[in-house]
Design a protein. Structure first.
Length: 89
């Protein structure tokens, strides 16, 4: 089974809205890499963080660039997390 820890909706032009529930199990938020650069725009957040390999976690806020093939993970906060992701293909 390949369940993802979020719900994703395509909003066109390689852009997606992802929603992480406050009920997601922290073990599902694994370190991973993506095949393309990503621009992440925060829509709704209450304490969720992003950690990039070899860096301290930082609060997910405003707009963040994640280079392709860079290990990173999300760290759970309170409430739900909602972000818009643009995959730079």
């Amino acid at each position: 089974m390949n369940d993802l820890p979020f719900k994703e909706t395509s909003v066109g032009n390689n852009e997606y809205v992802r929603e992480f529930s406050e009920h997601v199990d922290t073990h599902e938020l694994e370190w991973h890499i993506d095949k393309e650069d990503r621009i992440v725009e925060v829509i709704e957040n209450n304490g969720w963080q992003l950690q990039i390999d070899n860096q301290l976690p930082c609060l997910l806020e405003k707009v963040i660039f994640i280079p392709k093939e860079t290990y990173h993970r999300i760290i759970k906060g309170d409430g739900n997390l909602k972000v818009k992701i643009k995959k730079c293909i």
